[in-house]
Design a binder for this molecule. Structure first.
Ligand code: IPM
Ligand code: MG
Length: 363
């Protein structure tokens, strides 16, 4: 098969980690006789500097003409004083809106080998396997009105959802739950917010279409605590946009590092794939970044955009293999460094490629 991927590597560690993800994808495609057509365009801070806008028209056009978009990261300290609509992050929000994917899947899987890297006790994190489904195109991120009125000294954003917006993302979450452990936890703040009451009522309506899935509702504050106390209790966790942003970063504690988390955004014209981590400007360009989140994101491209499930699983298995063999990037070697071989971004990518090749050739 033929797959056209647009890579928008962005800022900070984005280029380093997407390079490794692309190298893995190329190897897998070559071995399987698939054609990968990779194009690269600018987004975020690099685009502000070179093109004067965080999402150049050329990038958007290329994105809409591709089968999948792989994004690295956006943002940098030099842009911190800009208003939200001029920042690198605006480029990301604009491309999300234009591609139309509303269901952002963020698997938080606790590799056993990384349990010692979590500040939580190993017996709490081991076996945790959560799939966050974060609504990505509504809520406070996109709701209007929004403004900072400097004259009156007031500012406001709007957490707005329509019933249809909640129903469509809930349906995807229920479908995914029915293929997993058949439990869905919906997160809201229905004890305070009308928008959360609409959310909860709509999730209950959609639940009626999926009698095989058990549904429960949690308030977001309690959920933040439960995730740390008993992460194994959760299967699919459905959230609105901002709650999902917060809880998915929190879940990095379960997996051992933010550098491990992939994501896929589906439901729109073109799927968008991005590791959950940011641009990490403090370590950019030093070969210290963990490419595994980006590589696992590459696996999601194969799963959701190419329907190459065996190849996607092979990449995930290869990541597990290199961890089993004691290879770590610095973020994964905070505890017990003596037993580990600490690798650069590139060398970690190479280890995964070696392992994927071995498993696909022997398959
Ligand atoms: C994420 C990020 C983005 C978000 C930022 C960079 C706009 O934190 O993907 O989680 O808030 O959605
Ligand atoms: Mg975030």
């Amino acid at each position: 098969m033929k797959l056209r991927i647009l890579v928008v590597a962005g800022d900070g560690i984005g280029p380093e980690v997407t390079n490794e993800a692309v190298a893995v994808l190329r190897d897998v495609a070559d071995l399987g006789g698939h054609t990968l057509e990779i194009t690269a365009k600018r987004i975020g801070g690099v685009a502000i500097v070179q093109d004067g806008t965080p999402l150049p028209a050329e990038t958007l056009e290329a994105a809409l003409a591709s089968d999948a978009v792989l994004l690295g990261a956006v943002g940098g300290n030099e842009f911190n004083s800009l208003p939200p609509d001029k920042r690198p992050e605006a480029g990301l929000l604009q491309i999300r809106a234009a591609l139309g994917g509303f269901a952002n899947l963020r698997p938080a899987f606790a590799f056993k080998e990384l349990a010692v890297n979590s500040p939580l006790r190993p017996e709490i994190v081991e076996g945790a396997d959560i799939l966050f489904v974060r609504e990505l195109l509504g809520g406070l991120y996109f709701g209007k009105p929004r403004e900072w009125n400097r004259t009156t000294g007031e500012a406001w954003n709007t957490m707005r959802y329509t019933r249809d917006e909640v129903a469509r993302v809930a349906r995807i979450a229920f479908q995914l739950a029915s293929q997993r452990r058949r439990k869905l936890t919906s997160v809201d703040k229905a004890n305070v917010l009308e928008v959360s009451q609409l959310w909860r009522a709509t999730v209950n309506e959609v639940a009626a279409e999926f009698p095989g899935v058990t549904v429960e509702h949690q308030y977001v504050d309690a959920m933040a605590m439960h995730l740390m106390n008993q992460p194994r209790n959760y299967d699919v966790v459905l959230t609105e946009n901002l709650f999902g942003d917060i809880l998915s970063d929190e879940s990095a504690v379960i997996t051992g590092s933010l550098g491990m988390l992939p994501s896929a955004t589906i439901g729109g014209k073109v799927n968008l794939y991005e590791p959950v981590h940011g641009s990490a400007p403090d370590i950019a360009g030093k070969g210290l970044a963990n490419p595994l989140g980006a590589i696992l994101t590459g696996a999601l491209i194969l799963r959701y955009s190419a329907k190459l499930e065996a190849e996607a699983s092979a990449i995930e298995a290869a990541v597990r293999k290199v961890l089993e063999r004691g290879f770590r990037t610095p973020d994964l070697a905070r505890s017990n460094p003596q037993g580990f071989t600490v690798l650069s971004t590139k060398d970690m990518g190479a280890k995964v490629r070696e392992s994927v090749k071995t498993s696909l050739v022997n398959a």
